[in-house]
Design a protein around this ligand. Sequence first.
Ligand code: GAP
Length: 441
Amino acid sequence: MDVIVSLCKRRGFIFQSSEIYGGTGSCWDYGPLGVELRNNIKRVWWRDFVHQRDDMVGLDASILMHPMVWKASGHLDHFTDPTSCGKKGTIGEARKFNLMFKTFMGPVEEDASVTYLRPETAQGIFVNFDNVLQSTRRKLPFGIAQIGKAFRNEITPGNFIFRSREFEQMEIEFFVNPHDRVDGRPADEAWHDRWIAECQAWFTRYGLAAEHVKLHEHARDELAHYAKRTVDLLYEFPMGWSELMGIANRTDFDLKQHAKFSGKSLTWFDEERKEHLVPFVIEPSAGVDRALLAFLLDAYREEEVRGEKRVVLRFHPELAPIKIAVLPLLKKRPEIVATCHDLRHRLTRRWLTLYDDTAAIGRLYRRQDEVGTPYCVTVDVKTVGDPEKGETGDGKVTIRERDTMQQIRVPIADLATVFARLLDAGTAWSEVATAYPRAEG
Ligand code: GAP
């Protein structure tokens, strides 16, 4: 973990919050590369689970909600950790400590204006269930997905971004008709298993090794107050197997509670059975930060290349913060630099592309390996020729692939097609590379 923490700081993935003031250990800031990686994780998750499904819609609810939400959800009464520490570090009596951050709405700090920063995004979905239903005319089963910040006054934050006080969640509340049968079983139970499999497949698809992920079935005494069954996806973090995400069967608990406390009916009309019913809910809930940490850890490799250590982040290309780096072999030659800038501008419209000329080519490659950039494009003397000698260039550049370090020589005119195959269509490097001559490494 120390190696990852130091790489994250050195290369601008993650910084400690308010570091110049000594830092706050439980909050983290995402730097220039971190914000790209984080956005890529969220974008891919949203694309796969919202846009590419017929049974899902999105939502973005506010962080501050009516305080009654937290009474109804049980967070005011149950979202506690026992603590035995009194003020100024003296040992006080064991007491229940609520993990929600309290604040005030409006200018007066009085009990009537107390509100909370949401400790999970889920409740924003439950209280909007009827709004979404009325505006989209959805039929069960369907889901509502949301990505957003959540806050918990954790007593023991730690392990870098694994447990912090401000974090982000990617949650789905998937509503099913409990009277239906799916795969010969009650719909909620069958959908629960489907979602467990979907989530596991998603994490391995984007880079986690299958042997680093396993399931953990909650025992009865581990279950949250709302859950009928919960299965966690565990990842083998450096501190041991720990929760990456949870997939819970929340039954009809939340909708019933909000109906009771708000006085509004939160039901769905079953046309077939001609009855109003309260759907059951399957909830896949993942932390963005925890997912990011797992992807970072799994991507990290130290290799030996020609007697030297090479550090490489083998990110899935969809997650890699930078997709392409355009590098000049000689920065003294204005034609080379101009061609690089032109390529960067054209490529970055579709794939985030960076230009770097602050070191010799070998060092530049290593730097890109270390931040997980899948492809480097190098412009050299042969590309542009030598106008003073009346030599024209061949208009070809070298593409270097991160994992194999293989290099091919490609006409500039082909670059858009080549990268569309590699980065959009997901065509394997080995397949694309066979069409072009190898360049010397
Ligand atoms: N709505 C259900 C829910 O919030 P949870 O197990 O408390 O369930 C879900 O949280 C996920 O959110 C966790 O699996 C984890 O990935 C992330 N998470 C929870 N607390 C966190 C924290 N303090 N720091 C970072 N991530 C956290």
